[in-house]
Design a binder for this molecule. Sequence first.
Ligand code: LLP
Length: 421
Amino acid sequence: MDHFLYKNGTLHAEDVAIPDIAASVGTPFYVYSTATLTRHYRLFTEALSPLPHLVCFAIKSLSNVAVLKTLGNLGAGMDVVSGGEYLRAKAAGVPGDRIVFSGVGKTRAEMQLALTGGIRQFNVESEPEMRALSEVATSLGVTAPVTVRVNPDVDARTHEKIATGKKENKFGIPIARASEVYAEAARLPGLRVVGIDVHIGSQLTELEPFEQAYLKVADLTRRLRSEGHTITRLDLGGGLGIPYTRSNEAPPLPTDYGALIKRTVGDLGCEIEIEPGRLISGNAGLLVASVIYVKNGEGRDFLILDAAMNDLVRPSMYGAHHDIVPVAEPAVASPTQEFDVVGPVCETGDTFARGRDLPLVAEGDLLAFRSAGAYGAVMASEYNTRPLIPEVLVHGDHFAVIRARPTFDEILNRDTIPPWL
Ligand code: LLP
């Protein structure tokens, strides 16, 4: 469910009409709904209650500090994967003891940053990383709380580029080697083992892979405890999928996911952490664009938008589907036409959809891409020297620009001319 509905024939974000935002900031832009972010965060906290738990929002899905502050104010923790994301979480006012640090290649500088600023735990992913963290912590005179990310060799049955839990993926340590790796972690002077971490992939549309992974984590918890380790936290990762089309998708609900967690690991007395990104942010955002031209090609008609692959890369990168709807509500049973929806970037990959059935649209009309809150703005680039597009946050009948469109001067001034030119 989201808060982007037609009211009086016009698409709204909560109580703000999308054309009002377009008139104020220009297109294209991203717009996020506070009510949807809040609702989705709460679905998780309700699904996990009464287990002791912390929902750590995966910042990588949508990292604007205003969004992080919205969630942080509700009590959310944050899952960060870089020093930059760590600084974003801190800038949003989230205390270190609610920030978990994930990622396969944390640098010593990033470890130092988080150890100095405060951190709930590092999810370490390899023995060399464990040793480096122990050294950094020792040099600072502190101990780093750690979980080890285990790779359970489970098929998440999702897009190959975002599956992470198979043994051939680069993530985690093989679960079969966990005893050995935990024994070393326990010996390293700068580390304090607090739990186990697992994350098997993103956009999972079935619960079964989670179940397989979490049952393995439950067994491992018992084994590691019998080997003398203190396991008080289980970080179960993110990955719950969202519906990208209105019609035919029904991914599992957070309540069912919560029930699964209770069933598989709920009796271990551990604090549960989860790291959802997409389910909180995905359907909380739209990308709004204008039609520049309607071009009738040979056997195909093209809608050329002012948004492009650099603004929303998911269709070109993963073949992902995003529903595209007109901002002016089409009349019931109004005629439709098949369009290839494309951007102005100079490559054929700059295609959002092929043969998409859309109501008749004309130059200047506004279109909205749904489910664009997650992995939209954060994956944008300035390819073709197209400025990063603004982000807008709506709250009831208010909206605010939470990242402004840069000027061309700002963009050009980042390049510097060496002295010999
Ligand atoms: N935790 C870890 C360790 C992760 O690697 C990820 C996502 C998450 C949590 C959050 O997963 P989520 O709940 O959002 O599924 N760019 C791709 C998705 C990449 C996901 C990477 N890891 C896309 O646009 O589909």
